[in-house]
Write a protein that binds this ligand. Structure first.
Ligand SMILES: [Zn+2]
Length: 543
């Protein structure tokens, strides 16, 4: 009997090590983590309040690239996630913003919308989403292709775009949160019905329990050193609240009963619960063919909290302290159930964030809101006076979209009209520079900021003139409280980049690297081709 068990054990040991692709040093599971709106310095600003098992563990026992930048603009969530996993910029993958104006459809489109597909898992339209607007294969597609589609790929997030863009075109599924019904859903692009494990997860009704909570600081207030006064006039408010201070109640939101969860750190905890349920349910990292699986996790609540309360709030500090805890829980789970040598993890962010203008004005920063409504109104007047006609379709994400057929019909040159708008715009308050479509098509720009604009430009989806505002200025579309991102400046473009797990040595690099370097690096660590249109380099794990 003993010999029999020994032979079986030897066989299993040999099978797991000797006859599978893991023999080639490939990890069994790749875990990609994107923390929405996490600026690089958030790794260190809150260091003293982090535990030993979350961010600190990744920095101290993994490898950190301390100078990682977005090399294109605009720095929004859709483009960020598309770039991290494809290793290329909007110029190739086409995700130029979260929303853009489509000149063929003559309407504004959302990056992951897909009217052809159906919601799977709820009765709302929140699942009518797919990666069809992503125009290049990404690392998950290449992993699938390379293993004859035997690898499993799953994307999870609260935001649909943050689950869909990472998982790519050929993923088994992406799952995101339906804020009206309080369940995780998918679309008919991937599945006919939700997998059993997710039905069971939804049946636990965790969001209902979260809505009963009150958000309080997780540590005694004396421990918070990176935040301004709790009650102030420059922070926004959570739904139905009358003050900007703790404690915060989770009141039902008018957009959807469960929407408020995403504006609290509980949204990130819910995401970790889902990620672990997905690993268990899909048996990720335990592929029967011995090939590498991939799980893409995106944490979105850091972004929602950041928009409302800004980077110098107690709310943001507490959200990162709690993010660290839930990240630690995920790492504990992975180490216990997959094994540290069997998974490869990377962590980064889809963009950073600007300070709240009114807050930093107190410290004599040059900062403010860009009056985009007056800009649009005055531009229309200028065009009418000059050409007797208003060619402006819309002004969106610092892009001026013109009605080109209308310009042609008048016998005018589009390039000439664009140039006039560039010159006129330079006189508008708080515009730093402006560049037009024709120049971006026919010239190559190597210098900041136009090099960044060019890498973020896709002719069929971008505007005719693109503005660059002065640092610390942004559209006041959310009103005068809170903050946003999207600029080429380092507060929006510099993000953390950490690697940890299988084959990753301890260390730190201060070399300047780019967000487009992640996908080619992961590709070489798992021994597959770089994604099709990747422009990044393979990073060296050397101090
Ligand atoms: Zn955001």
């Amino acid at each position: 009997m003993k010999i029999f068990i020994f032979v079986i054990a030897l066989y299993l040991f040999g099978f797991s090590l000797g006859f599978t692709q893991t023999q080639l040093g490939k990890p069994k599971l790749v875990v990609g983590i994107v923390i929405d709106q996490m600026r690089y310095d958030n790794l260190y600003r809150y260091w003293h309040n982090y535990s030993e098992k979350g961010f600190k563990k990744l920095v101290n026992q993994g490898f950190s690239f301390e100078n990682t930048f977005y090399n294109y603009v605009p720095t929004y969530t859709g483009p960020g996630h598309a770039t991290i996993y494809s290793g290329t910029t909007p110029k190739m993958h086409g995700i130029v913003a979260n929303d853009w104006y489509d000149i063929h459809q003559k309407k504004q489109v959302y990056c992951s919308e897909d009217p052809e597909v159906q919601t799977i898992g709820s009765n709302t339209n929140a699942g009518k989403m797919s990666p069809k607007n992503l125009l290049t294969p990404n690392i998950c597609d290449h992993l699938k292709f390379s293993t004859n589609f035997r690898s499993k790929v799953i994307g999870v997030a609260l935001k649909d775009r943050s689950a869909i863009m990472p998982a790519g075109h050929s993923a088994d599924a992406a799952f995101w949160f339906d804020r009206k019904e309080g369940v995780f859903i998918s679309s008919s692009y991937y599945l006919k019905e939700l997998p059993n494990w997710l039905v069971q997860f939804n049946n636990k009704k965790i969001p209902d329990s979260l809505m009963k909570l009150t958000w309080n600081l997780s540590l005694p207030i004396e421990k918070y050193h990176q935040s301004s006064k709790d009650e102030n006039t420059f922070e926004g408010k959570l739904p139905e609240e009358t003050s900007t201070s703790f404690p915060h109640k989770l009141n039902p939101h008018k957009k959807g009963k469960y929407e408020t969860i995403v504006y609290t750190p509980y949204g990130n905890e819910l995401t970790t619960f889902l990620a672990i349920a997905a690993i268990e349910g899909e048996k990720l990292g335990k592929n029967p063919h011995g090939v590498t699986d991939m799980l893409c996790i995106s944490y979105s609540s850091t972004d929602y909290v950041g928009h409302v309360f800004g980077p110098n709030s107690l709310e943001t500090e507490d959200t990162y302290i709690r993010m660290d805890k839930t990240l630690g829980d995920l790492l504990d789970y992975l180490e216990k159930n997959i094994g540290k040598d069997n998974f490869l993890l990377f962590l980064t962010a889809d963009h950073g964030v600007a300070p709240i203008p009114d807050f930093v004005q107190q410290y004599r920063f040059s900062a403010g809101h860009f009056d985009y409504q007056t800009y649009e109104k005055n531009l229309r007047t200028f065009l009418k006076e000059k050409y007797n006609e208003d060619f402006l379709i819309t002004y969106l994400n610092q892009n001026v979209y013109l009605d080109e057929p209308k310009i042609h019909a008048k016998g005018l040159s589009v390039a000439e009209v664009e140039k006039e708008i560039v010159l006129w715009s330079l006189n508008f308050p708080n515009v730093h520079s402006a560049i037009n479509k024709h120049n971006l098509i026919f010239n190559e720009y190597r210098e900041f900021p136009f090099a960044n604009v060019q890498k973020g430009f896709y002719p069929q989806r971008s505007g005719n003139v693109i503005l660059v505002y002065k640092p610390n200025y942004f559209d006041d579309e959310y009103g005068k409280t809170g903050t946003t991102h999207g600029a080429c400046y380092t507060y929006d473009s510099q993000v953390p980049l950490l690697f940890y797990g299988a084959g990753i040595p301890k260390g730190k690099s201060f070399e300047e690297v780019h967000i487009t370097d992640i996908a080619p690096t992961v590709a070489s660590l798992i021994k597959i081709n770089k994604p099709a249109s990747s422009i990044g380099k393979c990073l060296k794990f050397e101090d």
